[in-house]
Structures are given as structure tokens and as C-alpha cells.
Design a protein around this ligand. Structure first.
Ligand SMILES: Cc1cc2nc3c(=O)[nH]c(=O)nc-3n(C[C@H](O)[C@H](O)[C@H](O)COP(=O)(O)OP(=O)(O)OC[C@H]3O[C@@H](n4cnc5c(N)ncnc54)[C@H](O)[C@@H]3O)c2cc1C
Length: 355
């Protein structure tokens, strides 16, 4: 039998038995209040759990991170009592998985360009459009979907909707085979005349992009924790490879990897601490995501050199970690987008004095 991480890597989704186990361990209720069967947990604790899960399998950690940070968290902060009662219990108990549908064929980093349309009628809303690269969507019970009343309105036209998976008109056009995070299900979704009741809208009309970007800022701490787990796993693998070998040139590489890992961990912890303290954490979250995804890529890449030639074989742990690491600079805001956010915050802070 394959080790579990390798089995997940060969699949295009996290196996159901593992999702059930995540639910039993109550990882799918972290940060959701006890009244909905969740488990009290601050960002530091959630970050530690995501790091450890990701150390074993980044695909599993990303499923949990998306479920908690960009689906359950916005329902908790922006949902009506009815929406919370309907979704938070099943999400916390792991009866349903949460997903997030923002990216489209023509809108990735430039989120205001989304073209999925909604129309409002007497009965509620009708959605039409396509969502790309939606994690966990096939297995999800609910997807937070963003749609515009009219693309000409830009960010002001965007509204958030809670779409139950399996709604009539909702279909999966394709599942993507990917470089890394292979066991994390990633799909193209088509919404064709998907009818939703009035209470499917999350937040106010036109507030969708604010909800999306707020969720992504919080989610960035979680995704940075997942990247950190991959960096730690790549470091563990590298240390084993160096310990087996008496080549002197490998030792400073191991030392540099250790320093990079420690620096990234400190930055991720700092972002989580500031979030827990209720302090502004936009810059901290972007710095943490930049540092942790860079550490994952740098350490996993050096790990291939140190462990060569075995490390470069398909199916080697170092090879899987290298592929998984490479996805983190892309997801939940690319490296360039984090740099743009940082530059904006540094030069034009919303609450601070101008430089
Ligand atoms: C494994 C995986 C899972 C994902 N899961 C989800 C999900 O669950 N839900 C969801 O909504 N999306 C998801 N995504 C999509 C992801 O968030 C986008 O891929 C990402 O936001 C980038 O968008 P894009 O791919 O369209 O690239 P683009 O935005 O087209 O960017 C292409 C390149 O140009 C750069 N670039 C873009 N704009 C600028 C700029 N102004 N200045 C400088 N450089 C720029 C980018 O940094 C990037 O390098 C997932 C993606 C992957 C790979």
C-alpha cells in the first residue's frame, strides 16, 4: 500500500475516509463557535494545525484552510442568523465542505473583472457564469460564489452568494490535473440559470468584493501556514538526506534552509498573533504569505539538489514537496499581488500618516 501522502498525490481529491477523519478530529470546526458544534480556536492554533497537516499532505491542509478561512469565516462574520444556523453546524461537523468561487477564465488577480452575472427577480436571484480553479467544489456542500449585476459597475457591482452544491444548473465542466497539490480537487464550475432564494445573498448588494478580499486577507495567514508545513517537510527530508551523506557542501545548504524556515515561521506566527489581538494585520498577512511560500520553494528546490538523484524520481517525497511548494506563490493572491498590497500599505496606509 502507498503511504497516505503519496496516495493523495496520485488522486484528484482527498479521500472521503480522510475527510471523515478530519471531521472526527474536529479540525473542520476550528474557529466556529460551540453553539454550532465548532471548537474555539484562535488563529495561532489554527495556523499550527494547518502547518502540521501540511507537513504530512499539503492537499489535505488546503482543503481545511479553504473550508475554514474563506467559507466558514465569512459566513460567521457576515451571515444572517438564518444563514449561520443553516450552514455553520454542518460545516463545523464536517457534514459538508466549504468552497470559494471567485476566480474566472478572465478574472484572477484582477478580481473586479468577474463576469459571472446575477439577475434579481421576484423569487430571488439567478446566476450565470463560469468559475475556474475552484478548490473542493465537487465535494463541497456550499460554495461562496461572487457574481456581478453588471460588469460595467466594476467592484461596486459584485455581490456574494451562498450556493448549495448540486443546485439545478450547477455543473462541473472539468477537473484540473495540476503540477502540485494534486490531491486537492480543483475544478471549472459552470453556473447556468442557477436559481437561488432571496436569503442566499451574503452581506449587502454590491458588497461582494469587500467580503471576498476580507476573507482572502484572513485566509492568507492560513495559506501561509500550509506553505510553512511544506517548507518544514522539505527541511525534514533534506536533513535526512544530509545526515546520510558525508558531503561537506551540503551542510551549509541545510543551515541556510533552517534559517529561512525559522524566519518564515516567526513571520507567520506574528501575523496570526496580530490577527488574534484584533490589530491591523494586512501587511503581516502578505509578508507571512510571501516569506512562507518563498521558504517552501527555496527549501524544496535545494532539497532536490541535496537528495539527488533519488529526489528527482517521480514519486519521491522531495519531488512531491517541490511540486506542492511551487503552487503556494500562486494561490490566494500571487507573489506579485502580495507585493502590490505591501507597497500600497507602505506608501498609502489607510489609517496612518502619509509618508
Ligand atoms: C491549486 C489552485 C487552487 C485554487 N483555488 C481557488 C479557489 O478555491 N477559489 C478561487 O476563487 N480561486 C482559486 N485559485 C485561483 C487563484 O487564486 C488564481 O490562480 C490567482 O489568483 C491568480 O489568478 P490567475 O491564475 O488568473 O493569474 P493572473 O491574475 O492572470 O496572473 C498571471 C501572472 O501575472 C501576474 N500579475 C497579475 N496582475 C499583476 C499586476 N497588476 N502586477 C504585477 N503582476 C501581475 C500574477 O502575479 C501572475 O504571475 C486556485 C489556483 C490554484 C493554482
Amino acid at each position: 500500500m502507498l503511504p497516505l501522502a503519496a496516495e493523495i498525490d496520485r488522486s484528484d481529491r482527498v479521500p472521503d475516509r480522510l475527510v471523515r477523519r478530519l471531521a472526527e478530529e474536529r479540525f473542520l470546526g476550528l474557529g466556529i463557535p460551540a453553539q454550532w458544534d465548532g471548537v474555539a480556536a484562535d488563529s495561532r492554533s489554527i495556523s499550527a494545525v494547518l502547518e502540521e497537516l501540511s507537513r504530512a499532505s499539503a492537499a489535505v491542509a488546503v482543503l481545511v484552510a479553504v473550508h475554514l478561512s474563506v467559507c466558514a469565516a465569512p459566513i460567521l462574520t457576515r451571515g444572517t442568523e438564518g444563514q449561520k444556523a443553516r450552514y455553520l453546524g454542518p460545516l463545523a461537523r464536517g457534514e459538508i465542505i466549504g468552497a470559494f468561487g471567485l476566480t474566472e477564465p478572465g478574472a484572477g488577480s484582477d478580481t473586479a473583472r468577474i463576469a459571472t452575472r446575477y439577475r434579481e427577480g421576484a423569487e430571488g436571484f439567478t446566476l450565470d457564469g463560469t468559475k475556474m480553479f475552484t478548490s473542493s467544489a465537487v465535494s463541497a456542500g456550499v460554495i461562496l460564489v461572487f457574481a456581478t449585476r453588471d460588469p460595467a459597475l466594476g467592484h461596486r457591482g459584485i455581490t456574494a452568494f451562498l450556493v448549495p452544491a448540486g443546485s439545478p444548473g450547477f455543473s462541473v465542466a472539468q477537473r484540473f490535473d495540476k503540477l502540485g497539490l494534486r490531491g486537492s480537487e480543483t475544478t471549472e464550475l459552470v453556473l447556468h440559470d442557477v436559481r437561488l432564494p432571496r436569503d442566499a445573498r451574503l452581506g449587502a448588494e454590491g458588497e461582494g468584493l469587500r467580503i471576498a478580499l476580507g476573507a482572502l486577507t484572513g485566509g492568507r495567514v492560513g495559506i501561509a501556514s500550509c506553505a510553512l508545513g511544506v517548507a518544514q517537510a522539505a527541511f525534514d527530508e533534506m536533513r535526512r538526506a544530509v545526515a546520510r551523506d558525508d558531503a561537506e557542501w551540503k551542510r551549509p545548504i541545510l543551515a541556510r534552509a533552517f534559517a529561512e524556515l525559522a524566519a518564515a515561521r516567526a513571520l507567520v506566527e506574528r501575523a496570526a498573533e496580530r490577527k488574534d489581538a484584533g490589530e491591523p494585520f494586512v501587511t503581516d498577512a502578505s509578508v507571512a504569505k510571501l516569506a512562507a511560500s518563498r521558504a517552501a520553494v527555496t527549501i524544496a528546490t535545494a532539497g532536490i539538489d541535496v537528495g539527488a538523484p533519488e529526489s528527482s524520481r517521480a514519486g519521491a517525497t522531495a519531488e512531491r514537496l517541490w511540486r506542492d511548494a511551487r503552487v503556494f506563490p500562486i494561490v490566494e493572491g500571487t507573489t506579485e499581488i502580495q507585493e502590490l498590497i505591501l507597497a500600497r500599505e507602505l506608501l498609502d496606509p489607510p489609517d496612518g500618516p502619509k509618508l
